[in-house]
Design a protein around this ligand. Structure first.
Ligand code: ACO
Length: 388
């Protein structure tokens, strides 16, 4: 059988490329499980740190394990002065995901564990890789918060060790400690974004990791893939759209016109979900209260109207709001600057990226698919002077 007869799985739609125990997406029953635990349970009772431990180590930590893990994380929150300088020297109008990518890339050479893992068998690198993982996880918020504050001509706010990951992130962005509700909501969005099977960015991490490159390189691949509006960039775009619509009365005309022009409505549709994204249901539990408290009811009502119209017009195609449609609103209502929405997604998804890479390395196999050649054959070389 020649290659022409091989099926081509464009976009790898519906193709399973590996096994995983990290997260399970059940579209039919509208459930997401992280290592068997429902995200509803985790969002309500757990913390982002605990969920990260669960994803990396395969079980919920006991008290001692969690306290050691958190201690290790908080000591890694600061970034080297040189990296602060690099971030500060980048153009202020650069895309924040490019800043994050450059910041993470710049951390690599300062990591004392990185040189020592070269040449070691992948299974002998686990302890070093876990230390590297904790560094990347803990330092990403500082890269983003410092960039944002320097751009706004504000003094940078150094991380605090006594705050949770979520609270410290907000503290470094705002320069004030969040209240417990703000910190909890941030924590919930971090948990809900922590993992989602083989999303494009997770797969990008795995492609790089499968060559036995290092975690920094894998994470940079993930950040690069997440930047795109078909993936992580959707929340910012969705919020911009809601602002443009302005109020619920304008929604129908706006949405219909966009669909007629065959444009996509950002924050809707998903490669895996063809029914309702369960993360949306969780966010909706909190967003009403947040909208009321922050005086953003018009924004929320506009969103709810867009959702209703979209389901009426495209629900039969399996198009429903995805997590990004509502996460942008939560961030906005919390007072997080729009430009750092996608970096915050990366700051959440780092847990899943690293968890998947560590899992994949246990039985690593180079990811190297084939492309079916459809170009010309046996074309004769024409000397430059004879070409028209
Ligand atoms: N608005 C309007 N129409 C849409 C949308 C949308 N948001 N999403 C899909 N469609 C339509 C397509 O036009 C296509 O219609 P057709 O069959 O008549 O040509 C059909 O639905 C299927 O679309 P595909 O692109 O083939 O579906 P796929 O599963 O590949 O797409 C994707 C998934 C890329 C997320 C898509 O739904 C999309 O572009 N959404 C908008 C961007 C977005 O919100 N991304 C965030 C995803 S979630 C995340 O990353 C956390």
């Amino acid at each position: 059988m020649g290659p022409e007869a091989s099926p081509v799985y464009t976009g790898l739609k519906g193709i399973y490329v590996a096994k995983t125990s990290l997260s399970y997406i059940d579209d039919e029953r509208r459930k997401i499980l992280y290592r068997g635990y429902s995200i509803e349970d985790l969002a309500e009772h757990s913390t982002f740190e605990e969920v990260t431990y669960l994803l990396w180590f395969g079980k919920l930590p006991n008290k001692k394990e969690l306290s050691e893990f958190k201690e290790n994380l908080v000591t890694e929150r600061e970034i080297p002065e040189e990296v602060v300088d690099i971030v500060n020297k980048l153009p202020k109008n650069a895309h924040p995901m490019d800043i994050l990518k450059t910041g993470v890339a710049a951390l690599g050479p300062f990591d004392s564990d990185l040189p020592s893992i070269w040449g070691q068998h992948i299974h002998e690198r686990r302890a070093e890789n876990l230390r590297i993982a904790m560094r990347i996880f803990s330092k990403m918020p500082a890269i983003m918060a410092y960039y944002y504050r320097m751009k706004e001509n504000k003094d940078i706010v150094h991380p605090r060790k006594d705050l949770s990951h979520a609270a410290n992130l907000l503290y470094m962005i705002w320069g004030r400690e969040p209240n417990s509700i703000e910190a909890k909501l941030m924590d919930i969005t971090l948990i809900l974004h922590a993992d989602h099977g083989f999303s494009a960015s997770t797969f990008a991490c795995l492609v790089t990791a499968s060559t036995l490159s290092d975690l920094y390189s894998a994470v940079i691949s993930g950040i690069s893939a997440l930047k795109g509006p078909l993936h992580g960039g959707a929340s910012e775009q969705a919020l911009k759209m809601l602002m443009e619509i302005g109020s619920p009365e304008n929604a129908r005309e706006y949405v219909k016109a966009k669909i007629e022009r065959k444009e996509r409505i950002m924050g809707f549709g998903h490669r895996v979900y063809k029914s309702y994204d369960p993360r949306v249901r969780i966010l909706k539990k909190y967003i009403g209260m947040l909208a009321k408290e922050t005086g953003q009811e018009t924004l929320l009502n506009t969103a709810l109207e867009v959702e209703e119209i979209m389901i009426e017009l495209l629900g039969r195609k399996g198009i429903f709001p995805n997590m990004d449609f509502y996460s942008g609103q939560v961030y906005y209502m919390l007072g997080i600057p729009t430009e750092i929405f996608t970096p915050i997604f990366a700051i959440s998804r780092i847990s899943g990226w690293i968890g998947h890479v560590l899992e994949y390395w246990e039985q690593n196999i180079l990811i190297r698919p084939r492309a079916l050649y459809i170009g010309p054959m046996e074309t004769r070389y024409t000397p430059l002077e004879n070409r028209i």
